[in-house]
Design a protein around this ligand. Structure first.
Ligand SMILES: NCc1[nH]cc(CCC(=O)O)c1CC(=O)O
Length: 337
């Protein structure tokens, strides 16, 4: 063992990352930005159960499985910070950790990758779309194109291969993920949010570290983007408010728009059921500096106008209070990896 240097050099920041190409690319972006500011970064690979297992996500603990191994490594001080896809991060705050930065968000839209260069409208009725996302399935059903659905999982490259192999006619992916992999040319159609609202936080990254690491928190502020944070805060507030017993597919998008006297936050949401019994779209505009308030108001409106119908049946009132099913926190979140 070599002795510690007499004078402490600049601190080397250990960045934990999952090993998928999407995860390493995302971590690499944040590492590059910090290195450009003169910081020393060491990448540490963390393997998560979600990366190894091909079981449906609901069986292995929902989308939270991707975040939990990184969070464990943070708690154990094996790493100093982690970069998550924000849409894979459960809305429940993790005690002892803090999202210290949300870098400027990329394209929020979903894209279609269909066989033979086709768009959704060009696919004949009965065509099979491979998606494990209730949000994507519900919004595609709402288009009334007669499409059929089958669940698929796996990383982005694996899912693209299912179209190439002819197993499915089309898949839906986040454009941001494709962009990070340099694969946007494979998209056969970009879906406007009017048709397909993204998952809360889609296209955004969350940089998480220990809540007591004041030095790192101050340093990570350099890669934070205030507009992105406002939008994703509003989106995740809607998700959190609706999750109180609601396992419906939810799409939600916040955008900073120029209002009459300053920037405003425009927020729109879709709430549906997988079978298409409910399709609810509502929007709300409010102060850009009160994203949580705008989110709460939109969630209330959605619940008043029917989102509450999509809730789980209530347990008998005279019995002991039942605990919600374990998947309720993540079931409404994006389940396509
Ligand atoms: N749930 C998986 C996941 N998490 C983040 C992305 C893409 C990048 C992003 O939305 O930030 C994807 C793939 C996809 O849904 O197509």
């Amino acid at each position: 063992m070599s002795p510690q240097p007499m004078t402490a050099g600049p601190r080397t920041l250990r960045l934990g990352t999952r090993r998928s190409r999407l995860a390493t690319t995302q971590s690499g972006h944040v590492a590059d930005a910090l290195q450009a500011l003169g910081h020393e970064i060491e990448l540490v690979e963390i393997v998560t159960e979600g990366d190894i297992s091909t079981a449906p996500l609901e069986q292995i603990g929902g989308t939270g499985v991707f975040a939990s191994a990184l969070r464990m490594a943070l708690h154990n001080s094996d790493i100093d910070f982690a970069v998550h896809s924000l849409k894979d991060l459960p809305t429940t705050p993790e005690p002892g950790l803090i999202v210290a930065a949300t870098p400027r968000r990329e394209d929020v839209r979903d894209v279609v990758i269909a066989r033979d260069g086709l768009t959704l409208g060009e696919l004949p009725p009965g065509s099979v779309v491979g998606t494990g996302s209730p949000r994507r399935e519900a919004q595609l059903r709402a288009l009334g194109l007669g499409l059929e659905f089958t669940g698929i999982r796996g990383n982005v490259e694996t899912r693209i291969a299912r179209v190439t192999a002819g197993d499915v006619d089309a898949i839906i992916l986040a454009r941001a993920g494709l962009a990070r992999l340099g694969l946007t040319h494979l998209a056969t159609e970009v879906l406007d949010p009017i048709q397909m609202l993204p998952a809360a936080g889609q296209g955004a990254l969350a940089v998480e570290c220990r809540a007591d690491d004041a030095e790192l928190i101050a340093l990570l502020a350099a890669v934070d983007d205030a507009d992105t944070r406002a939008c994703i805060t509003a989106e995740r507030t809607v998700l959190r408010e609706l999750e109180a017993g609601c396992t419906a597919p939810i799409g939600v998008l916040g955008e900073i728009v120029e209002g009459f006297d300053g920037p405003e936050l425009s927020l729109r949401a879709f709430v549906g059921t997988r079978a298409g019994a409910l399709e609810l779209r509502r929007s709300m505009v409010g102060a850009a500096d009160d994203p949580e308030g705008v989110g709460i108001r939109l969630a209330r409106l959605l619940l008043e106008d029917g989102a509450a119908q999509a809730r789980e049946p209530r347990p008998p009132t005279d019995g002991p209070p039942s605990t919600p099913p374990p998947t309720s926190v993540t079931a409404s979140m994006e389940s396509d990896q």
